[in-house]
Write a protein that binds this ligand. Structure first.
Ligand code: C5P
Length: 232
């Protein structure tokens, strides 16, 4: 990693507030770029569905990874991508991708492919990267690691509010079950399971406002001299 580049790793389970917090931390700085690493796993899943590739067939998925081209670029201080020239847009947030993404993310060749992509992003500049294994695997040397958590019921409420907006349904019970299933899969998979990285600061955001969580991280970055006091 380049000496002047700072990586802020924000890990945690689904709907723990990672996206909102990470976006706001990046926005509060002058030049940090926001990265949603989950969107890359979702992108590969989207491509599999589009190409009719069986998401459980690692050989088929690997062949797809070899022939496809995921091109990264920065827009509005966020890393985005196109796959074979196509921006999947909001399709990666839909039910089909949501239901298969943990299956895809559990496969070793997919992880090798995405981790490599995520590491190359340091060439874009300082990053606030959210995910499941950023502090443990992708950038284990960064001193800025945060593990965001919240009670499952609180996370299900947040996620169902999001889904209500995009899909017009808000069954909290069903969302809670799906969330627990995905968390279990993420936490028990053999490769890079969701875990608290060594040295990560744990923030349980249940009952905490987003701004409070953002301030904890910004205060830390300021205290370490990673961002100047005037920036935030
Ligand atoms: O963060 P998001 O919910 O969009 O992530 C979708 C899925 O991608 C997760 O459930 C997990 O299976 C996978 N993921 C991962 N490692 C990351 C980010 C996401 O395995 N760093």
């Amino acid at each position: 990693m380049n000496k002047e580049i700072t990586v802020v790793a924000v890990d945690g389970p689904s709907a723990s507030g990672k996206s909102t917090v990470s976006r706001r931390v990046a926005a509060a700085t002058k030049d940090f770029i926001y990265v949603d690493s989950g969107s890359l796993y979702r992108g590969v899943t989207w491509k599999c569905i589009r190409e009719g590739v069986d998401v459980r067939d690692t050989q088929e998925v690997t062949n797809l990874l070899i022939r496809m081209n995921m091109e990264l670029f920065v827009e509005n201080r966020a890393v985005r991508y196109r796959i074979d020239g196509v921006d999947p847009g909001q399709e990666i947030r839909g039910a089909a991708v949501r239901e298969s993404v943990a299956e895809i993310a559990a496969q070793q060749p997919v992880r090798v492919y995405i981790v490599e992509k995520l590491r190359t992003m340091a060439a874009f500049g300082s990053l606030v990267m959210e995910g499941r294994d950023i502090g443990s695997v992708v950038f284990p040397d960064t001193p800025f690691k945060y593990y965001l958590d919240a009670d499952p019921e609180e996370r299900a409420r947040r996620r169902s509010a999001e889904i209500k907006v995009s899909e017009g349904t808000d069954d909290v019970g069903a969302v809670l079950n799906a969330l627990k299933r995905r968390d279990r899969k993420d936490a028990t998979r053999a490769t890079s399971p969701l875990q608290i990285a060594l040295g990560a600061k744990i923030i349980n955001s249940t009952g905490m406002g987003i701004e409070e969580v953002v301030q904890v991280i910004l205060d830390d970055l300021r205290a370490a001299g990673a961002i100047p006091p005037a920036e935030a």
